[in-house]
Design a protein around this ligand. Structure first.
Ligand code: S3P
Length: 450
């Protein structure tokens, strides 16, 4: 089943050297946030480099439903005329966040302290994902939520009037939950304090500061203590969205695995809350040069030169690295299959509640391609076969999950036999130009007819 319409099967075949420059689209996390913070600010926020993936387009539509004016001016160039903190209007209809967990959870936080009733839904993947992780702590503000069994969408959320700030320690390492609480805290009186034991991506904190909120982050023995002062007046900003390191991971890993490749990937985030995959690849022996470190759009970035690396070795990925590479385990497991020895990924049970159960999806697909896997609830172990040795020759199920689809297509570029995916259409949620970008560098990807 496809995210938005009919399934699009696709096949990747052993590819020639990948060469050229990979200009990956804008960061998904920052794109969502630029629209949401823009909607909560007074005045016109101008955004450049916005990711025009379906997830972000669904958030743009939602912000319109809450009363902001969202306008597209050209590729990646958008503006948001915001309504100010507390200025949201009650949407006249359902809010459909499509495939996006980030979209729905952040928007729930955003409306949670405004007196209005909103019903959220999404596609078949999003309707399976847990929302209780957001609505339970939001109850501290007085927000009520009525969903399906297990806290699933569709869910109706009743925002609280006159909410007061809360103090909450996160039960899961989740930037979505942290951000939802900070967004709710914006329209509450007093301070909202969120404590995270393990650092997760910090884009909300950085951007809230940029939009003029008072946010203080204190590092303590308990973890990061994030304190937001409620009811600020957010000021419209110009946001230059940097390129997405999670999308860059696909051309980077493809180049590491496809014989003879040598590619350039400019502007990849080196934000310590996002760069775990890149550290891990270097630990495995990947040939990546980090050139021209600088700041772009408020984020530390570098240009990456990536060359085919035929002697990568399996490693134990440090579990404390998980939050900084949580979206990259599917593609890492493909790299692991092409490395020698075992790659052990522990502390990864969050992968079970992403767009799909990513441990299960990767394990089944890799096994079908001839790779030995061990797994338990919180662990994935891949027994690598060495560069060029993965048999391939299977069709892998993507379960409406963009990163599963891209991961198996990268595997097919470096396997002995072609690898197909049953549905590549979800790739449009985060990396709509994946196919043209990869084929432009020499990847052999073909769409299959039904
Ligand atoms: C995101 C946080 C992560 C990540 C997701 C984007 C964000 O989710 O997997 O793709 O933008 O805050 P969790 O907060 O569930 O870890």
């Amino acid at each position: 089943m496809s995210a938005h319409g009919t399934a699009q099967p696709m096949t990747a075949r052993k590819s020639g050297p990948l060469q050229g420059t990979a200009l990956v689209p804008g960061d998904k996390s920052i794109s969502h946030r630029s629209l949401i913070f823009g909607a909560m600010a007074l005045g016109e926020t101008k955004v450049t480099g916005l990711l025009e993936g379906q997830d972000v387009l669904d958030t743009a539509k939602a912000m319109q439903a809450f009363g902001a004016t969202v306008t597209r001016h050209g590729l990646g160039e958008w503006s948001v005329l915001g309504v100010g903190v507390g200025g949201f209007q009650e949407p006249a209809d359902l809010i459909d966040c499509g495939n996006s967990g980030t979209g729905v959870r952040l928007i729930m936080g955003t409306m949670a302290t405004s007196p209005m009733t909103v019903t959220f839904t999404g596609d078949a993947s999003l309707r399976k994902r847990p929302m209780g992780r957001v609505t339970e702590p939001l109850a501290g503000f007085g927000t009520q939520a009525y969903g399906r069994k297990g806290g699933r969408l569709p869910m109706t959320v009743v925002g609280a009037a006159g909410a007061k700030g809360i103090r909450h320690t996160l039960k899961v390492a989740s930037a979505q939950v942290k951000s939802a609480l900070l967004l709710a805290g914006l329209n509450a009186t007093g301070e909202t304090v969120v404590i995270e034991r393990e650092p997760t991506r910090d884009h909300s904190e950085r951007m809230l500061l940029g939009f003029g909120a008072q946010v203080n982050v204190e590092k303590s023995a308990e973890g990061n203590i994030i304190t937001l002062t409620g009811q600020p007046q957010l000021r419209a900003q110009s946001v230059a969205v940097p390129r997405d390191p999670s999308s860059a991971a696909f051309p980077v890993c493809a180049a590491l695995l496809v014989e003879g490749s040598d590619i350039f990937v400019p502007g990849v985030s080196q934000n310590l809350t996002r760069n775990g995959l890149y550290l891990t690849l270097v630990d495995m022996g990947a040939d990546i040069e980090f050139q021209n470190p600088r700041t772009e759009g408020g984020e530390p970035v570098a240009d990456l030169r990536v060359r085919f690396s035929d002697n990568m070795k399996g490693i134990e990925v440090p579990p404390e690295r998980a939050p900084s590479m949580i979206d990259e385990y599917p593609i890492l497991s493909v790299v692991a299959a092409c490395a020698t020895g075992k790659t052990v990924m522990r502390g990864v049970k969050e992968l079970r509640v992403k767009e799909s159960d990513r441990i299960d999806a990767m394990a089944r697909g890799l096994e079908a391609c001839g790779v030995t896997i061990e797994e338990d609830e919180d662990t994935l172990i891949v027994h690598g076969l060495g560069a060029g040795n993965v048999p391939g020759g299977a069709t892998c199920a993507t379960h409406i999950d963009h990163r599963i689809a891209m991961s198996f297509l990268v595997l097919g570029m470096a396997s002995k036999n072609p690898v197909s995916v049953d549905d590549a259409s979800p790739i449009a949620t985060s990396f709509p130009i994946f196919e043209s970008l990869m084929t432009g560098m020499g990847a052999r990807l073909t769409r299959e007819n039904h």
